[in-house]
Design a protein around this ligand. Structure first.
Ligand SMILES: Nc1ncnc2c1ncn2[C@@H]1O[C@H](COP(=O)(O)OP(=O)(O)OP(=O)(O)O)[C@@H](O)[C@H]1O
Ligand SMILES: [Mg+2]
Length: 440
């Protein structure tokens, strides 16, 4: 059973709160006297429902607006004097940020009813983490994500090279970050290198650095990216794009743990852990002769796969809600979240661009949505068509209604004659009328 908890901000009359407590014996009510205290309380504890008791109209509107915008995950109900609604700024604030309001004099029973109703709604919309799940930067609790988190924890403890495979936008870089953060090297640097994004003529000097005079324009020594990761982790993204000649240099580095800067003769020892990632199947690249087999085996001591988003559909709603809150500052204050149709459309889409596509669609919807809830259109997604059984049921129902209505009209609303015309008994006719909510 979920505890019923209420955060009440009440700068004035403690008597009203006592009356409320008496009417709500099964609720835990935490009372604070100011918005600043509420901020502190909300950092300590989670609340689904909040009550602004005579706060509206009593302080600067912009102050309260900032607070409500920052804490839009709480469903707020307001109680205030009717005169507060005279000011347009307060009216807008109530319309945009409150789920409901009551004016003074207070009818405590009605307020208790409202708070119960608001809590019920908040519980329906709350993302439900599975028990035992750890808060982590990798959101999602489906079996595949739990497995991945377990693997991240295990590989973080050792120093062997990790190769992360996953479709574009699925979370490879985030996985590499999680491994680094949980490893003993977490106090050292995490240096990401996108092997596909560095111009081929620069990649050697970028990775290995150079000595002064190594080539025209090399006016001073330059530390390469590999050396700059010393004591930490090197993340080689899109490793499949590494040019063939550099693959042998990288192999040498993995074997000796030393690098030689361009133009130098001396080898420099470097202590880094290597994590690489690829969205292409490296084994196929090896088979085609595009990737060195010996390098592949060096890099893939600990292989990890990040599942595609369509393989973890249970996590879609939680991820969508997460990004909705992450980009809260972009949205109109009226926007509350996703409509059930939008969630159904999200669940039905195939997500070829994975989590990155979800982020983009949610961000766009947050800007484009007109109403209180994001709809499938805002996400540029279509509602899934209902299953054929549901379509047939609908058609059957409409024809039944039409036949009954026609027979009733034809017989001057005489149930017995209409039943005879339809070829059913009077009892069945009454059952059909009740089923369709019809009266003769
Ligand atoms: N499980 C997750 N929980 C929260 N955010 C996620 C998750 N997976 C991915 N993301 C977010 O999705 C975006 C894409 O993730 P990331 O860059 O790690 O993917 P990638 O596989 O490296 O993509 P690409 O192949 O395009 O380089 C990032 O903003 C990342 O923070
Ligand atoms: Mg990436």
């Amino acid at each position: 059973m979920v505890p019923k908890r209420l955060l009440c901000i009440s700068p004035g009359d403690p008597g009203a709160i006592d009356a409320l407590r008496a009417e709500m014996p099964d609720w835990q009510i935490r009372t604070v006297r100011s918005v600043d205290e509420a901020r502190f309380e909300l950092r300590q504890d989670a609340y689904l429902v909040g009550l602004l008791m005579q706060v509206i109209g009593s302080r600067a509107c912009s102050d309260l607006e900032r607070f409500l915008r920052q804490h839009s995950q709480v469903q707020w109900v307001g109680v205030f004097g009717a005169e507060a609604m005279g000011a347009p700024a307060w009216r807008d604030l109530v319309a945009d940020y409150l789920c409901d309001y009551h004016t003074l004099p207070l009818d405590t029973r009605r307020l208790v009813h409202t708070l119960g109703h608001v809590l019920g709604h908040a519980l329906l919309r709350r993302p439900r983490p599975r028990p035992g799940s750890q808060p982590s930067s990798l959101i999602g609790n489906c079996d595949a994500m739990q497995r991945l988190r377990g693997q991240v924890e295990r590989v973080a403890k050792v120093d062997a090279p990790v190769l992360i495979w996953g479709e574009s936008g699925s979370g490879k870089e985030l996985t590499a970050q999680a491994i680094h953060r949980q490893s003993l090297r977490s106090t050292g640097p995490l240096v990401p290198i996108n092997c596909g994004a560095i111009a081929p003529n620069l990649i050697h000097s970028e990775l290995f650095g150079y000595e002064r005079g190594a080539f025209t324009g090399a006016a001073r020594d330059k530390v390469g990216l590999i050396e700059s990761a010393n004591g930490g982790t090197l993340f080689l993204d899109e490793i499949g794009d590494l040019p063939k000649d550099l693959q042998s240099n990288l192999l040498r580095f993995l074997q000796d743990k030393t690098i030689i800067r361009l133009g130098a003769t001396r080898a420099i020892p470097v202590d880094v852990r290597v994590i690489s990632a690829s969205h292409v199947d490296l084994q196929q690249a090896v088979a085609r002769g595009d990737f060195r087999e010996d390098l592949y085996y060096r890099l893939s001591v600990l292989p990890l796969t990040v599942p595609a988003l369509r393989e973890r559909r249970q996590d879609l709603a939680q991820l969508a809600e997460h990004f909705f809150h992450q980009f809260a500052s972009d949205r109109s204050p009226r926007l509350r979240g996703f409509s059930s149709k939008a969630l159904a459309a999200i669940a039905a889409h195939d997500w070829p661009g994975n989590v990155r596509e979800l982020i983009n669609r949610v961000r766009r919807a947050m800007v484009m949505a007109d109403g209180k809830w994001i709809e499938p259109d805002d996400l540029d997604l279509v509602m899934p068509s209902p299953p054929i059984e549901a379509v047939l049921d609908d058609a059957r129902c409409s024809s039944e209604r039409l036949a009954i209505r026609t027979c009733l009209d034809r017989t001057g609303q005489n149930v017995s004659r209409a039943a005879r015309d339809l070829g059913v008994s009077r009892t069945t006719m009454y059952r059909l009328l009740a089923k369709h909510g019809m009266r003769p």
